[in-house]
Ligand binder design. Structure first.
Ligand code: ADP
Ligand code: GLC
Length: 484
């Protein structure tokens, strides 16, 4: 099957969160199942810098031509990819520094509507076989609002590929105004409640839901949650009436890149046969990033880790409120890494300034540090208010770092609470809170700190966590069945 997999970010070329990881590892897994998968993304400046052997393989003249009508399709190479990736090259829209969505000051690009409309239009042309000689997609797989218009642009073609749209996070709806819709010169026929109109505005994510043949989201529990008002961001009605084409398929993780026995970012490797010495050495390395000397007491104390986008979704406010209390009640220490909301960045830094010997932070994102925090911490904090899937809890499980999570979305589908019963059954692999608030987090952290003292039980939980199968194998097969 020819599959065109479109995403606005793809690790290691450019990434702001889990979508980037998935857009790398799912196509790779599908390729492993014998499919011809082309990954396609915009030719942002940072992506062009990282790729080699760029070759122009097609031209398009956009009827919209925001800033410039000329678009080129590039084929590019990178050592992490077995196959070349495809890049939509439109310099006026993508050749700029910053993240895919915002400038260096964190403000959304003023022309995001034009950028992702143009990208989606170009992907639709390629998918439909109009750009590359002898290549047409059987399936086009569009991810999140940035790709929402792909299924819509394909709607007018009779012999079109099948259109799959995946929701990674319903909170980002790609919302624009009627005025913007008009100035984009999009087909008038799209402006209806059965099209892209959403409460008087224009939503690119809604386009993805309305015009696709199948909708997926990234965990079975989230697929149910988004059909309810509490999680639906106003789309719950649309989603529940399209339940017949909505499936939840749990994300996997790339088990080669996230493998404590061979991880190239780690100073020390370990396996589940010998967890403790490896984790202890990594803990030492992690703490040494922040302290001149690391005491024996510190190595013995529980270390909580967090790696996240600093947003409300992730419960960062809950974590920062709970930390001062737990510092008083226990000998636990904290390593927090993240970037995002400027207010949360300041709150995390203030905590570090108040407790310089016990709270360590890294504002920003480093792939190496992310791996080291996963390996060197004992407990991973992820008290998200909602979590479509979550990859970090799966990385933690694989590294024997027991996660504390909320009972929601993909967290509910991957973590089994350390209740007495689950411990006895040998199923427990982490800690589950039933609500996402400071009290629940505090009592769950205390529960974890207490269990940490029970070394044999802790070790058995670590082994169960590391035994879990979070590979893409099963999920990629589910996607393939859906494509077929
Ligand atoms: P989400 O996609 O909602 O951020 P996930 O748990 O699915 O959450 O994926 C997080 C991925 O993004 C991990 O690979 C993590 O290391 C990475 N990540 C976390 N914070 C950042 C950040 N500030 N910038 C870039 N990547 C990040
Ligand atoms: C989104 C979600 C996250 C999910 C990721 C990859 O960023 O917030 O839960 O794991 O997409 O699907």
């Amino acid at each position: 099957m020819n599959v065109l997999f479109a995403s606005s970010e793809v690790w290691p070329l450019i990434k702001t969160g889990g979508l980037g990881d998935v857009a790398y590892s799912l196509p790779k897994a599908l390729h492993g199942l014998g499919q011809d998968v082309k990954t396609i993304l915009p030719a942002y400046r940072d992506v062009l810098k990282k790729c080699t052997d760029l070759k122009i393989i097609g031209w398009m003249d956009s009827p919209f031509g925001y800033h410039t009508p000329a678009i080129r399709l590039l084929e590019a190479h990178h050592q992490q990819f077995e196959n070349p990736v495809w890049l939509i090259d439109c310099q006026a829209l993508f050749d700029r520094p910053g993240t895919p969505y915002s400038n260096d000051d964190g403000q959304d690009w003023f022309d995001n509507a034009e950028r992702f409309t143009q990208f989606s239009w170009a992907v639709a042309q390629i998918a439909n076989g109009l750009v590359v000689e002898n290549w047409k997609a059987d399936v086009v797989h569009a991810n999140d609002w940035q790709c929402g218009l792909i299924p819509a642009f394909l709607d007018t073609f009779h012999d079109r590929p099948k259109r799959i749209f995946t929701i990674h996070n319903l909170a980002f709806g790609g919302h624009f105004t009627l005025q913007q819709f008009k100035s984009l010169k999009l087909p008038d026929a799209w402006w209806s409640s059965e099209g892209v109109e959403f409460y008087g505005g224009f939503s690119m994510l809604k386009a993805g839901l309305m015009y696709s043949d199948a909708i997926t989201t990234v965990s079975p529990t989230y697929a149910k949650e988004i059909c309810t008002p509490a999680f639906g961001y106003g789309m719950d009605g649309i989603l529940s009436s399209r339940n017949y084409k909505l499936t939840g398929i749990l994300n996997g993780i790339d088990e080669k890149i996230w493998d404590p026995s061979s991880d190239s970012y780690l100073p020390y490797h370990y396996t589940k046969q010998a967890i403790l010495p490896g984790k202890r050495n990594n803990k030492h390395a992690l703490l040494s990033e922040h302290l001149d000397t690391v005491s024996e007491a510190m190595l013995n104390a529980p270390l909580f880790g967090m790696v996240t986008r600093l947003t409300e979704q992730k419960g960062v406010d809950i974590i920062t409120q709970a930390i001062p209390v737990l510092l008083k009640q226990s000998d636990a220490n904290f390593v927090l890494m993240g970037s995002g909301n400027a207010y949360f960045e300041r709150v995390v830094q203030d905590l570090r300034d108040r407790y310089p010997q016990r709270v360590f932070c890294y504002i920003g994102y480093s792939e190496k540090m992310a791996h080291l925090v996963e390996a060197g911490s004992d407990i991973f904090l992820m008290p998200s208010r909602y979590e479509p899937c979550g990859l970090n809890q799966m990385y933690s499980l694989r590294y024997g770092t027991l996660p504390i999570v909320t009972n929601t979305g993909g967290l509910a589908d991957t973590v089994i609470d350390a209740s007495e019963q689950n411990i006895k059954n040998g199923q427990a692999n982490g800690f589950m809170m039933n609500s996402s608030d400071t009290n629940a987090l505090l009592s769950t952290m205390q529960r974890a700190v207490n269990l940490y003292e029970d070394k044999p039980t802790w070790l058995s939980l670590q082994k169960t966590a590391m035994d879990g199968d979070f590979s893409w194998q099963v999920s990629a097969e589910k996607y393939l069945a859906l494509y077929q």
